[in-house]
Design a protein around this ligand. Structure first.
Ligand code: AMP
Length: 401
């Protein structure tokens, strides 16, 4: 993917007095009383907005919230205004719509450095359909476009892709830029040795990632529920562990591919097994080669943690996607926590550590280690697609640097 022009490339002359349409991801969780329960996404959007304010732009913010079907008051962005205003240090104005005359008037009334938040862009079904007429209406509000919504960059929607056709320049925000620097840049040109750790429940959802990373890494560590499909493919007893019977041949071929490419592929040598899928299940550690009947593997064992850690000690770049076990149950979280701790420790020694979205991000945050990593992706689906080597429509639409 070509390097994209960034908002940081735009200076005062490009920005002063200009109306800037900024697609951000403010899709934060709200409780029943519309209190924000996690403001991470709002905080992540701040650097780009402040940069534009500081250079005298009129900032028009667009986001979705939830999955509304038409205008749904429950999914209004209004509850976000106080927190956004507090973080930006200005009184953010709120529009009742995202297109139309009223919105145009509010944009016209914005002072340089002012911020207007448009109402949920998904109140229009045209947004997700990437309707060109709707995209044109959104674009007509502004002079230029900044996309900082990495979490929706894998979707070709009107506000993430369509508007870019009508606004020049169209550039990446700082958050988007950082995601691309790490998930594309660091992965394409890693400091070697380069290791990938892939876990999660099923091999079927990670095939693309594993195949793409096999072409780049020196070490591939596999854990999580998917490991049992690999064990079974090698003829081991897996008890009642999660297995994808239709993916046994694929597992064998991935093992062969790794060998042919000279990638050191590590599977756990021991497993924590449980007598049922529950937080209070009885558990014990057994060798990976023989899981007893009636038991299911829910985490990697202590010997695996040791082997994985030693192997990671030799690396300069690590990318991690997917937990090592059912970390939602305290009893089966040790493997995932150990990997999180190891990566935090190695980050401190100058190793580039990238947490590639989804449940591994939740695990790192739960362990309180988020600020230790080089990069934590804010997008689940988007980061997975990037790691699979796919092009994201929301990124492709931006101008090249
Ligand atoms: P994914 O979304 O594919 O990254 O998978 C994350 C989910 O995998 C988490 O909810 C984990 O609980 C689950 N998982 C991890 N290890 C296992 C396992 N051994 N058996 C069943 N589920 C697992």
């Amino acid at each position: 993917m070509a390097t994209k022009k960034s908002v940081g490339d735009l200076k005062e002359a490009d920005l002063k007095g200009k109306k800037v349409f900024v697609r951000v991801d403010l899709n934060v969780p709200l409780d029943d009383n519309f209190n924000i329960t996690d403001d991470t996404r709002i905080r992540a959007a701040v650097p780009t907005i402040k940069y534009l304010m500081g250079h005298g732009s009129k900032v028009i913010l667009s986001s979705h919230l939830g999955r509304p079907k038409g205008v749904t008051p429950k999914y209004s962005l209004k509850p976000l205004v106080p927190r956004l205003s507090e973080l930006l240090g200005v009184e953010v104005k709120m529009a009742n719509d995202c297109i139309g005359e009223e919105v145009e008037k509010m944009v016209a009334a914005l002072p340089d450095g002012g911020v207007l938040l448009l109402e949920n862009v998904r109140f229009y079904k045209e947004e997700e359909k990437n309707d060109p007429e709707f995209a044109k209406k959104l674009a007509s509000l502004a002079d230029l476009y900044v996309n900082d919504a990495f979490g929706t960059a894998h979707r070709a929607h009107a506000s993430t892709e369509g508007v870019a056709k009508y606004l020049k320049p169209s550039v990446a925000g700082f958050l988007m830029q950082k995601e691309l620097d790490y998930l594309v840049g660091a992965v394409a040109n890693p400091k070697k040795p380069f290791a990938a750790i892939v876990g999660g429940s099923k091999v079927s959802t990670k095939i693309g990632v594993i195949e793409s990373l096999l072409a780049k890494v020196d070490i591939l560590i596999l854990g999580g529920g998917m490991m049992f499909t690999f064990y079974k493919a090698q003829g081991h007893a897996v008890g009642s562990s999660l297995v994808e019977e239709d993916k046994l041949d694929l597992a064998t071929s991935l093992l062969e591919k790794a060998k042919a490419k000279g990638v050191s592929l590590l599977l756990p040598t021991d497993v924590v097994v449980a007598d049922k899928f529950a937080a209070d299940a009885n558990s014990k550690v057994v060798p990976a080669s023989g899981i007893p009947d009636g038991w299911m593997g829910l985490d990697i064992g202590p010997d695996s943690i040791k082997t994985f850690s030693e192997s990671l000690d030799t690396t300069q770049t690590i990318i991690w996607n997917g937990p090592m076990g059912v970390f939602e149950f305290e009893k089966f979280a040790a493997g995932t926590e150990a990997v999180a701790k190891k990566l935090a420790e190695l980050s401190g020694k100058g190793v580039t550590t990238i947490i590639g979205g989804g449940d591994s991000v939740a695990a790192v945050e739960k362990a309180g280690l988020a600020d230790k990593m080089s990069h934590i992706s804010t997008g689940g689906g988007a980061s997975l697609e990037l790691l699979e080597g796919k092009q994201l429509p929301g990124v492709l639409a931006l101008n090249d640097a």
